[in-house]
Design a protein around this ligand. Sequence first.
Ligand code: NAD
Length: 366
Amino acid sequence: MKILVTGGAGFIGSAVVRHIIGNTQDSVINLDKLTYAGNLESLGDSSSHERYAFEQVDICDRAELDRVFHEYQPDRIMHLAAESHVDRSIDGPAAFIETNIFGTYTLLEAARAYWSSLNAERKGSFRFHHISTDEVYGDLDGPEDLFTETTPYAPSSPYSASKASSDHLVRAWHRTYGLPILITNCSNNYGPYHFPEKLIPLVILNALEGKPLPVYGKGNQVRDWLYVEDHARALYKVVTEGKIGETYNIGGHNEKQNIAVVHGICELLEELAPGNPHSRRSNENRASDRVGAGFSSLVTYVTDRPGHDLRYAIDASKIQRELGWTPEESFETGLRKTVQWYLDNLEWCRRVQDGSYQRERLGANV
Ligand code: NAD
């Protein structure tokens, strides 16, 4: 199969590309605009594989989308390209409306024109898989409640409202035009190649530098965490085995309060980076007035984000029952792997933080 992955230079998209190239015989066309969030260095060896191609294209550009469809003749589309950072959507919603809503509409129309032109056999096997978030459901009231595939939409932020809009468009293109779609709504992802603006990498990198570890409000927001490679496996299952028109919720059954996640990272760093000057055991720390304080003493509570949802948690029983997918990582094993990955890949982080990953690709004009 030829799979066109939009947003394949992003955090989850790059995990999907690495999974397909590393574990299947399928080819990938990675279509990405390379915004600040796109980093081709996240693809590792996959980017030099003969089954991999890259196209720097904006999903809002219909002519370019038509060209790519015509040139590569994909069998599947996995649509991950999006503006994805909630805080950025509060500061500047326009890009979220443009890419997440207008871009998804443009991609749907290009896909529909291409799909209509296929012969009966290829038309029958074509799929458009839209990757979305559990944030479209708003937050949960009761401590035991879970989001199911039929939970009504109630998005709170410009980001989640734009993703909800895109989900509605994708469903409408199925109901109205018969486009063979699949939708997945997933909980918070974490793992390698996550941009340092997101909670888990931010805390790891700030802690190593002795900077404050910012925690919104009281840190009592609950998120259901899923290791990104488990998500990539789930997405591949859905795009290959999912039933047309269906939605699948994906989650890790790992509900944690943000403050517990932050302290969990600090404890792992105490174990995995004992020589760091900000650790509990370091000589410098022992000699200072922060004796025995360690990484956890860097936690700093900051004013909560407006419209911050308190609790998200996913009921992932449908994908488990119907497609046989379950996560392989527990939060404990996944977090340990993640912290270790950041310790081993500080150079990748430095190139993101100082912007050199962007400057060099502009120079190389890839
Ligand atoms: P990301 O921000 O890391 O990556 C987004 C990618 O899309 C980047 O490579 C960027 O260059 C590209 N892009 C942005 N605008 C584009 C445009 N107009 N045209 C083409 N490419 C464009 O995002 P992510 O965390 O990898 O999320 C991927 C998808 O998964 C998103 O749709 C997001 O809503 C969804 N999702 C994310 C999470 C999470 O925890 N990160 C959870 C559930 C669902």
